[in-house]
Design a protein around this ligand. Structure first.
Ligand code: PLP
Length: 394
């Protein structure tokens, strides 16, 4: 058999760096600040809600294809509570679709909305499933690179570059705000301009907003709330990051009925349904009081500050994130410029694992000297990590 087993669409995507780095963390007994999962589970009452659903026989057999009505109603109520003042509401029966995490929402949306050869604009560096899912759907990815601004310690989107990236073959923009890995939260002005481009060029937008509740500076504004965007935007949410249950894989899209119907056509043949009992628990989670969401954000802001200060003291140039679980750093002040080599050596040198940002780029050279650390860990773990990293400062 001369022909490779893995098809051409996927050949460029080897094993993810997360597997290599997590194995390295175990082998060297290092603190794993690589992969972005919390080291403590979400609210006890929500875990109990899942147990109750399992015991009561709710969701143990195939739930309804669009998701259980309780969860769709809870998603709609959540949109009303947090975004109703922006005019963004949705109908639980026709404008909500429950998915196997945001990951399936991304895959199903791209598989449903793309024809082979369509171009997809995505903000680089990007979440690792984007490139693979665009490829599986036969699309062509067109990266628009977020540029680091060391003066401000933040990344910036060049709107002219975005506008110039649109061609006659562009079908959609795949947006992510708050943005993983840079922590960028797109501003009202930036979103208004993106909306203008989408309207003028008649583009669809898929917007990954899984960190909607993890904004430390500024505010999260759903793109769908901008004029003319409702009918062309698929908005993606997830219980994983908002409720610290990343293993449950309960996500959802909200969109106009025609878009939901299209995405459901793909979703029904991917998983059909998933996570029955967990859907009942997430319906309860979405109804938690505002204080839950505020406390989650405040807790993570404190953790961001612990890690940001520690990384600065250790000699990194820190890009202070306005949202998400992650801090991006520049390693050049420490005398290194290759994030891969740096991350492979860091466990032995300091007992900490991080991720080289280059893996999130098509233009790998743009991401070479940057390294990502996750701070969704206990304050003790972060203090320990900060202590270990101090040794780098010499
Ligand atoms: C974690 C993450 C996802 C995946 O969410 P799941 O609900 O676990 O599938 C999607 N997009 C971004 C940007 C993420 O960080």
């Amino acid at each position: 058999m001369d022909r490779p087993l893995l098809n051409r669409r996927l050949a460029e995507f080897g094993t993810t760096i997360f597997a290599e780095m997590s194995a390295l963390a175990v082998r060297t007994n290092s603190l794993n600040l690589g992969q972005g999962f919390p080291d403590a589970d979400g609210p006890e009452e929500i875990r109990e809600a899942a147990v109750r659903a399992l015991r009561d026989g709710r969701g143990n057999q195939y739930p309804p294809g669009p998701g259980i009505p309780e969860l769709r109603t809870a998603v709609a109520a959540h949109q009303q509570r947090f975004y109703g003042h922006l005019g963004l509401t949705c109908d639980p029966d026709t404008e909500v679709l429950v998915t196997a995490g945001a990951t399936e929402a991304i895959a199903a949306s791209l598989l449903a909305l793309l024809e082979p050869g369509d171009e997809v604009i995505a903000l680089e560096p990007y979440y690792d499933s984007y490139a693979a899912c665009i490829a599986m759907a036969g699309g062509t990815r067109v990266p628009v690179t977020l540029r680091p601004d060391p003066e401000r310690g933040a990344y910036a989107l060049d709107l002219d570059e975005l506008r110039d990236a649109v061609t006659d073959r562009t079908r959609l923009i795949l947006l992510n705000t708050p943005h993983n890995p840079t922590g960028t939260v797109l501003s009202r002005d930036e979103l208004a301009e993106i909306a203008r481009i989408a309207r003028e060029r008649d583009l669809l937008v898929i917007t990954d907003e899984v960190y909607e509740h993890l904004v430390f500076e500024g505010e999260h504004l759903p793109l769908a709330s901008f004029p003319g965007m409702r009918e062309r935007t698929v908005t993606i949410g997830s219980a994983g990051k908002t409720f610290s249950f990343t293993g449950w894989k309960v996500g959802w899209i909200t969109a106009a009925p025609e878009l939901v119907a299209a995405v459901r056509s793909a979703k029904q043949f991917l998983t059909y349904v998933s996570a029955g009992p967990f859907q009942y628990a997430v319906a309860e989670a979405l109804a938690l009081p505002d204080s839950y969401f505020t406390a989650l954000r405040d807790d993570l802001r404190t953790k961001r500050d612990i890690l940001a200060r520690g990384l600065t003291d250790a000699g990194f140039l820190v890009y202070r994130p306005a949202g998400t679980y992650f801090i991006t750093t520049d390693i050049r002040p420490l005398g290194f410029d290759d994030g891969f080599a740096f991350c492979r050596a860091l466990p032995e040198r300091a007992g900490v694992v991080a991720i080289p940002n280059a893996v999130f780029y098509d233009h790998r050279e743009q991401g070479a000297p940057f390294v990502r650390f996750a701070f969704c860990k206990s304050a003790d773990v972060l203090q320990d990590a900060v202590g270990r990293l101090k040794t780098l400062a010499g």
